[in-house]
Write a protein that binds this ligand. Sequence first.
Ligand SMILES: C[S@@+](CC[C@H](N)C(=O)[O-])C[C@H]1O[C@@H](n2cnc3c(N)ncnc32)[C@H](O)[C@@H]1O
Length: 291
Amino acid sequence: MDNEQQQPDAVDPRNKLNDLSGREWTYALRSVITTRYPTRGPAAYAHDLRRAHPSPKPPQLMAELVRFFTRRGGHVLDPFAGVGGTLIACSLEGRSAVGVDLSPSYAEIYAAVCARLELAPQPYLVADARHLAALPVVTERPFDLILTDPPYAAMMARAKSGERKKRGQGGATPFTASADDLGNLDYWSFLEALRGVIAGALPLLRPHGYLVLFTKDLQPTAEHHNMLHADIVTAMRTLPGLEYRGYRIWHDQGANLYPFGYPFAFVANQQHQFILIFRYLGHDSISAVPA
Ligand SMILES: C[S@@+](CC[C@H](N)C(=O)[O-])C[C@H]1O[C@@H](n2cnc3c(N)ncnc32)[C@H](O)[C@@H]1O
């Protein structure tokens, strides 16, 4: 093997987005991220505690996104922090973060997870993300990334008829009972509220920083296709300075497959989520961007 082959894949000095080499960058662009994360043992990152939340995000998955959309030392905001998938990922990857969530019990679980994993907790505010401007989330420097997993409209709050009312099998698992919970709003009110949260967060994001947002689609009805991911993109594109850049799919092989519709008609299962990616052009660009 000659010297050239032994050289590690170098990071291009022009790369200001992340610390990835060309090879790592290319791998990080695969359009489908397929995972089956362990739910026990040290690699589960205290899943036994985090599973008290109806939809905790795996820290390893969030870590992959944090590594792509920030450099080491970067600063990340999650306005729907839950039990801390994003915050844990930031701690593991040497980034700082601020989390916001309505629920004091999710904040407590996050604190217990940090204690178990021996991680210093990131700042976590128990508050309504619709009022970010009034919260002490503003630090000396802007955020490099907003990485978040908001409710999927009222998907979790509604038990589906004809299915077992059991957690994970179609039973209702609202995040909270609060009327302020975006997961308790109807579809169109949810979209408006989410647009409001992101509008409040963008001034905290650095120019050319990214917004990365998870979502799932709902079952179609006669009235609407319910492709929530498409409606979120439409809503976000009305925000000045925010540019939609595309999506990736997270295929969660650990998600159950249900016999929906059997034996009568097709009803979609969803073992994947959409990871919607937006870039913020910055405050100065706003006048140059059509509404
Ligand atoms: C899909 S979960 C996020 C899960 C998180 N990624 C994790 O790893 O645990 C959505 C979260 O949004 C929170 N939420 C809903 N409405 C909110 C609001 N108005 N302000 C702040 N948080 C809210 C819920 O309490 C819930 O924890």
